[in-house]
Design a protein around this ligand. Structure first.
Ligand code: PMP
Length: 384
């Protein structure tokens, strides 16, 4: 049976054009870029430098500001550790919906700012949290679970005014929304190739050089990964507008189908200010723990994190005011480049059947929901 992949926030399939760009660097161009004394090494070094220039151009940076890493987890960590070593004991401010690679790294030394129920942090509250002694603020460009876009420019201006470094985890946003470091005052920017139709194990840390910082990353560079990352980003930038329109149309179709097929469907987080390919919805009146196993044939993410083996509700959904039950009864759809209308229709059919089934088992009555009476069939999380 054909499987439908709608988990493009977790990872993406590598674009065949990216694979084509990478392949020579596994084969005939296998040199080590550190061995510039001979043509094998020189060829590899040239490829890495061309990739660096291409990535820099895509985000408005200088090539020397680009550090290639193994992915966004390492990029985030390098930035946090750079501040910790240049300003020992400095306080950190982070939004509560940052990725775990940030929250776990700053645990115990960070003031955490919660967003409202719409899933967007308030720039004023972030600024207020920047007490004296703060050395770093972490705010993502877009959330990877609910897709909401964050007020980076405003927070960046507040950081600038107070002389605080800003780390932006752009993993979910890069290539999907326009991003230029000449306009957005970030000091560090982290992202990963495997979320933008590139390979796993390649990422970027942009480090603003005007701030006098530099971050070194030792070891032999992952040449095919770096070449693939640069190609993947260039394709996303070149095709962003048409792709965004297509994603948005697919998302609108998916939400339309879900909310005409089911009562009690609510969008987690504000629908309008979010990534075009993201939809995160919860279904009232079901025991969500049973939902993932009923979704045979489609790959989506549940509102649970399974890092410990047990289903724990997503920290993002809890931070925007969902109850544990609501978080567990949520699904994240990540629509991507290779999805079609047919994928979305099939996914909607399977989800509708699963939710109806669970509601039948749990004694749910159509029309008995608050959201049915007050808001029509689909409510938005502003009402949480
Ligand atoms: N930040 C965000 C927002 C992410 O979604 C992810 C991947 N889930 C990461 C960081 C970590 O990226 P990587 O897998 O490249 O380490």
């Amino acid at each position: 049976m054909d499987r439908v992949y709608l988990d493009n926030h977790a990872t993406t399939r590598v674009d065949p054009r990216v694979i084509d760009a990478m392949l020579p660097y596994f084969g005939e161009r296998f040199g080590n870029p550190s061995s510039r004394a001979h043509p094998f090494g020189q060829e590899a070094a040239d490829a890495v430098e061309a990739a660096r220039e291409s990535v820099a151009a895509a985000i408005g940076a200088e090539p020397r500001e680009i550090v290639f890493t193994s992915g966004a987890t390492e990029s985030n960590r390098l930035a946090i550790d750079a501040i910790a070593s240049s300003r020992p004991g400095a306080r950190i401010v982070a939004s509560a919906i940052e990725h775990k690679s940030i929250l776990e790294r700053v645990a115990g030394r960070a003031a955490v700012v919660r967003p409202g129920t719409h899933g967007i942090v308030d720039a004023g509250e972030m600024a207020e949290a920047m007490a004296p002694g703060t050395g770093l603020v972490a705010l993502m460009a877009a959330n990877n679970e609910i897709g909401t876009l964050q007020p980076l420019e405003e927070v960046g201006r507040a950081c600038r005014a107070k002389g605080i470094a800003l780390l932006c985890d752009a993993t979910a946003a890069i290539g999907r929304i326009p991003f230029d470091v000449r306009r957005v005052p970030v000091d560090f920017l982290a992202f990963s190739a495997h979320k933008i139709y590139g390979p796993k194990g390649a990422g970027v840390l942009y480090v603003r050089s005007a701030a006098g910082r530099s971050v070194a990353r030792p070891g032999t560079p992952n040449v095919p990964g770096i070449v693939g990352l640069a190609r993947a980003l260039a394709l996303c930038v070149a095709e962003r507008e048409s792709e965004a329109a297509r994603m948005l149309a697919l998302r609108t179709r998916l939400l339309g189908r879900l909310s005409s097929g089911l009562a009690g469907v609510a969008v987690n987080g504000e629908l309008e200010r979010r990534l075009p390919g993201n939809l995160n919805v919860r279904f009232d009146g079901i025991d969500g723990r049973a939902l993932p196993v009923m979704l045979e044939g489609i790959a989506v993410s549940s509102g649970a994190a399974c890092s410990t083996g047990a289903a724990e509700p997503s920290h993002v959904l809890l931070a925007i005011g969902c109850s544990r039950e609501q978080a567990l009864a949520s699904l994240r759809f990540g629509i991507g480049r290779f999805n079609t209308e047919n994928d979305v229709d099939r996914a909607a059919d399977i989800v509708i059947a699963a939710v109806r089934n669970l509601r039948d088992q749990g004694g749910f009555r159509r029309g008995s929901l608050e959201s049915d009476r007050v808001l029509g069939k689909t409510s938005h999380a502003d009402s949480l």
